[in-house]
Design a protein around this ligand. Sequence first.
Ligand code: AMP
Ligand code: GLY
Length: 419
Amino acid sequence: MKILIVGGGGREHTLVWKVAQNKKVTKIYCAPGNAGISEIAECVDIAATDINALVEFAKEKKIDLTIIGPDDPLVIGIVDAFEAENLRVFGPRKNAAIIEGSKTFSKDLMKKYNIPTASYKSFTDAEEAKKYLESSDFPIVLKADGLALGKGVLICKDLAEACEGVNSIMINKNFGSAGNILVIEEFMTGREVSVLAFCDGENILPMTSAQDHKRAKDGDQGLNTGGMGTFSPSPYYTDEMAAECMETIYKPTMQAMKAEGRPFVGILFVGLMMTPKGIKVLEYNARFGDPETQVVLPRMKSDLIDVIDACLEQRLDKFNLEFDDNAAVCVVLASNGYPEHYEKGFAIEGLENFNQKEGYYVFHAGTKSTENGIVTNGGRVLGVSALGENLTQAKKNAYHAVNWIEFENKYYRSDIGKN
Ligand code: AMP
Ligand code: GLY
């Protein structure tokens, strides 16, 4: 069986690593991949959004299954393009990926189907948005409607800051066309948890929970990033809460998408907040999370290809998805300066320390192979994941392994797993 994985970050390295454990898999390609991925898969120099080239590649190599990692190819319709050529592909079609691609769509969907979320209003006119803000309570949340690399959310403490936010999103277009529509949302308080779920269009099968740390600095200070680390499971997300979310959020979301003629097949990533008034949806993503995947898949006992087959054949209701009882922590090693300016091209030492060590993993994100070995090539460079019998032990193990790696300008948070 030949597999193609689309993407080239830590999430995709984890997917490649997990897929490689299936004995029927004879060959894995990854487009574009990275230095770590190239040790287990053949990397192909095609961008994740170059849909035509990816379809041609899959046809030429007779790929049996393609798995899409990132959001942007999904939102522009990569799954539809593969299906049009009768290629097997795992991910939502364009008309379902919009659940991540447009916040207005997802908020309207939740409202229509009574799925608990923060109250909101959408605007296409900056002056109207500002007028609405004049009679709002603060803090308040502004969100660019479209994809904005996880950065299109502003939490504003007063009217002045909110008006500046409206200017930045709608007038200055700091997030490009993602800011053509603005969603203004009620500010919620509580603990956050992320739940990734397999979906087959009809049924939804949630994985174990995870929590990420989005801010750059310890104590959840500093700028928002793509994610500086994760842990799984969340000790606060109890079985009772999971059962409640199944009835109030997961199943209703699947049914809503089906009722709208947009059946969702793929991974639905539900960002939740446990507010004093119950669990509410913060956001939906239409894909695996990064770096949530780096803690969830090492704990998954079930085979990834088997569960994807069950999704594509709409028999998830009969699938027994299993996770280990242990915990996992992933610490992201970044280039100092990320998410703003940072340098690249520094040699990475110590990767071999992870070889054959059970329960310790190094997943590459921004890395590149050169004549002089593997060098840093991005803001988030590596994710160091470790298992442990509980969260405290997993955290200890992950931070122990962080010391095995050295590169110039290495930066990481020292409080991942503290919740
Ligand atoms: P999102 O991309 O929608 O998940 O937003 C990014 C982060 O902003 C979330 O993980 C929350 O920490 C925060 N956030 C988003 N929406 C709200 C809200 N309505 N109230 C409070 N915090 C929020
Ligand atoms: N870690 C958050 C995301 O993947 O969107």
